[in-house]
Design a protein around this ligand. Structure first.
Ligand SMILES: *Cc1c(COP(=O)(O)O)cnc(C)c1O
Length: 235
């Protein structure tokens, strides 16, 4: 595989291509470079290329990396959220991607209030209704969206999903469409903006952008193959 700098340049070019095809402004899509399992040196290479936004799935792994790197970077927590880690996650990360129940949302809201901050979150949706995956069932989310958006110390930015694995990116398209349509539905129900859609990974980010992703989470295409799975990793 080419170096991180070349990989990152390639992903950015492909993002612009997807935006052009969809008639979207390239600035409307944020690239989250998913750095789980990769070193501070690897992340620093991406930073040299101007990358400022990174994603990690596990607090224990991320914390020393965050502390070792410039404070100007922004970090998205993309793993499953354990209650006993919420305080630390809120202190170290700007955004949490996997709020998957009203109870967890209420808990995070309480900790955020205690810390005197507003937590920026995505609501994870189990679009494929898979037993192995977390996330709101769409029907439940329709029932609970007004309560979720009313939480004072939570800023719900939008929805996030990790769709079922598909043999090719084109087959994943309908999952991205379904997340966008659910979002549009929830906006009607709640009158809450819910602007952002966190969807698309290394295998399918271009299709996700064509279907409205505002945040793509790309790891292996930038940093290379991961040699292990990460505890707390979703999906
Ligand atoms: C690991 C991970 C990614 C990145 O996956 P790649 O296929 O390496 O791009 C994206 N989202 C989540 C939630 C992840 O855990």
């Amino acid at each position: 595989m080419a170096g991180i700098d070349a990989n990152l340049a390639d992903v950015r070019n492909r993002m612009v291509g997807a935006c052009n095809r969809a008639g979207r402004d390239p600035h409307s899509v944020e690239l989250i470079a998913v750095s789980k399992t990769f070193s501070v040196a690897d992340i620093a290479e991406a930073v040299m290329m101007g990358q400022q936004v990174f994603g990690e799935s596990r607090l224990q792994e991320a914390e020393p990396k965050i502390d070792a790197l410039p404070k100007s970077l922004s970090w998205h927590f993309i793993g499953s959220v354990q209650r006993n880690k919420v305080r630390k996650i809120l202190q170290k990360f700007g955004v949490i991607h996997a709020i998957d129940s009203l109870r967890l949302a209420e808990y995070v809201n309480g900790v955020a209030a205690d810390l005197g901050l507003v937590a920026e979150v995505f609501l994870q949706v189990n679009v494929g209704n898979e037993a192995s995956k977390g996330g709101f069932e769409p029907a439940i989310l329709r029932q609970e969206i007004i309560k979720l958006c009313a939480l004072q110390n939570l800023k719900v930015r939008g929805l996030m999903s990790i769709p079922p694995e598909e043999p090719d990116p084109e087959s994943a398209r309908h999952w991205f469409v379904s997340l966008r349509e659910l979002r549009d539905d929830l906006v009607k129900i709640s009158s809450f903006p819910l602007q952002d859609l966190s969807m698309g990974m290394s295998g399918d980010f271009e299709v996700a952008i064509e279907e409205g992703a505002t945040h793509v989470r790309v790891g292996s295409l930038i940093f290379g193959r991961r040699s292990r799975r990460v505890e707390g990793e979703l999906g």
